[in-house]
Design a protein around this ligand. Sequence first.
Ligand code: FEO
Length: 163
Amino acid sequence: MLSEKLHQAINKQINAEFWSANLYLSMSAWFADKGLPGFSHWMKEQFKEEQEHAMRFFNYLVSRGAKVEIGAYAAVPVDWKDAKKVFEDTLHHEQVVTGMINDLYTLALEEKDYATQSMLKWFIDEQVEEEDTARGILDALCHIKDNSFGLYRLDKEMGERQG
Ligand code: FEO
């Protein structure tokens, strides 16, 4: 049986993943407004991915016979200085999420919950990928600097992201 501590912590993570989804949807809206449809598309895919993360945790709690409680979400930012700042925030946010997943794993170890440890391994690997992707795009934006043609080309590439 899932301990109450883990139950509450995973429930909190479900809500955090939905907050992440809202953050990326807000970034998608910002890019759309700035005339960068490729970046907007990429962020929309990221929004869907975060919803999938939330649902993985949701389904896990249900499968362990634990009730899910969806709470209210704090407002997300709506404006950024430029595309580079969006991806600095994205990378920073993913690093914070990595810390949350690590804390969950530490708790699962303390509670000797082997099933939760096993479930969390997928998320540990996923966070390596999430940080790497955000870092790669941030690097590209740093190289481009104020070159508008470079930004135009990168926007085209971002638009090719598959779900
Ligand atoms: Fe759900 Fe981007 O971590």
